[in-house]
Design a protein around this ligand. Sequence first.
Ligand code: B12
Length: 212
Amino acid sequence: MQELKSLSDAILTGDAKTARDVTEKALAAGVDPLTLVNEYMIPAMTEVGRRYECNEYFVPELLISARAMKASLELIRPLLVASGREPAGRVAIGTVKGDLHDIGKNLVAAMLEGGGFEVIDLGVNVAPEQFVAAVREKKAQIVAMSALLTTTMPSMKSTIEALEAAGVRRQVKVLVGGAPITQRFADEIGADGYSENAPGAVTLARQALSLA
Ligand code: B12
């Protein structure tokens, strides 16, 4: 697995070309895409975060590492997405207002699609009213919110309040996640589910619609 370690190294050093090349070769050799994500890519991003915390890395390094991670994910995403099935349900997903982190959100979206859900990706910096509109106009049955900054976590609560104010809270299940989120926080704000990872998000979505 020495070659796969070069995928972690490429993300750590922000070498998008190598990240893409190694991913391409590994997939062609039959390596499971989820093995790449869970054993090489996410640990590399976690290490990037650790280095940032220790002032070894700064925002430019975060950006180039994120770009390398995305280059690799672009090849993996289509493999996680199932096709030609009746959707299990409709999920509106977004990173909450004020927050631009989307790597985890994109992974969750891809896994949900792979799990047979129709995913309406609202992108990043999504205001509460945009989530409400997705429920009203696109008939989303699940609202999935991601936050990576402690300062944007309160936007999850504001979104739940906006769903309540719009009279649509009872018709949707609300799932939350992202590195700073905990089960306790999810309970406090009245979310219906929390998971610390993308496969867990699929399990939650299935449970939410009583498909599990
Ligand atoms: C990459 C990165 C960036 C990139 C983002 C690129 C992008 N397109 O996403 C850039 C450089 C833009 C960036 C910017 C900033 N960042 Co930043 N960033 C990170 C970093 C290193 C990695 C995040 C990541 O992608 N992780 C990998 C993914 C796969 O993990 P994940 O997002 O947690 O997602 C998983 C789970 O949480 C879960 N999940 C995620 N969403 C959901 C949703 C649901 C519904 C469910 C069920 C599950 C779920 O499933 C995912 C897959 O398993 C983290 C450090 C870290 N360790 O988290 C800092 C970090 C989040 N950033 C931080 C900071 C401070 C910033 C900036 C303020 C820096 C600055 N001074 O400008 C800005 C803020 C910009 C903004 N307004 O959002 C801090 C936040 C600290 C805090 N207490 O809030 C962190 C923790 C770094 C640190 N240790 O200080 N950042």
